[in-house]
Design a protein around this ligand. Structure first.
Ligand code: AMP
Length: 214
């Protein structure tokens, strides 16, 4: 399975990619996670990316494409991968297509995770990550026990730096202007499927698996 998860911030790409990795062994490649790790480690790349990330803007294509080239050369991506948060604009989509054609690993499917705007806002403002395990929960939607478990196990509920109202609005604007046009890019290539991404994690996962024929 070689897939791209497309969708607005908060549409659940990261959550579903984590599940596909855990249950189907398809490595999750999240440019957002790779960039956050670089920022945390204080690398040169992280320093260059930080300002754009804090503002909810896109990091430059050369940084992101370099990371993707590197990651897709690693052996665990030989038969499958789930791209989460990449590509995010037309230039990235074209570069990905050229790269995958060159290494003879064409994409199977681009999955559009479809969610209404109101729900996106709640998901983004309520999103928290466990400081210990990286598990993602939502203070508006997750089961009370899941949140209590994290705290009971000594984890802290961390809010991502870019999950504040102002940056969220900017990220949604960037999505509409730069990333949403990729829906047509993949539709024209016959690779697009749309998944209703509102529902429990299990329901959405089931729809996603059916959509990609897994
Ligand atoms: P995400 O975790 O996917 O929501 O990404 C968080 C932030 O990282 C975005 O708001 C961008 O600043 C940056 N980012 C992640 N992926 C990309 C990408 N493919 N191209 C440019 N910037 C990205």
């Amino acid at each position: 399975m070689r897939i791209v998860l497309l969708g607005a911030p908060g549409s659940g790409k990261g959550t579903q990619a984590q599940r596909l990795q855990a249950e189907h062994g398809a490595p999750q490649i999240s440019t957002g996670d790779l960039l956050r790790a670089a920022v945390k480690a204080g690398t040169e790349l992280g320093k260059r990316a930080k300002a754009a990330m804090d503002a909810g803007e896109l990091v430059s294509d050369d940084i992101v494409l370099g990371m993707i080239h590197h990651r897709l050369a690693e052996p665990d991506t030989e038969t499958s991968f789930v791209l989460d948060g990449f590509p995010r604009n037309a230039a990235q989509a074209q570069a990905l297509e050229d790269l995958l054609t060159g290494i003879e690993k064409p994409l199977d499917t681009a999955v559009l995770m479809d969610v209404d705007n109101d729900i996106l806002m709640k998901r983004l403002t309520g999103r928290r990550t466990c400081s210990k395990t990286g598990k993602i929960v939502n203070i508006h939607f997750s089961a009370k026990e899941d949140i209590e478990d994290i705290v009971a196990n000594g984890g802290e509920l961390m809010r991502r730096a870019d999950d504040n109202e102002e940056t969220i609005a900017n990220r949604l604007g960037v999505y509409r202007e730069q990333t949403a046009p990729l829906i047509d890019f993949y539709r024209e290539r016959g690779k697009l499927v749309t998944v209703d991404a509102v529902g429990s994690m299990e329901e959405v996962q089931q729809r996603l698996l059916e959509a990609v024929g897994a």
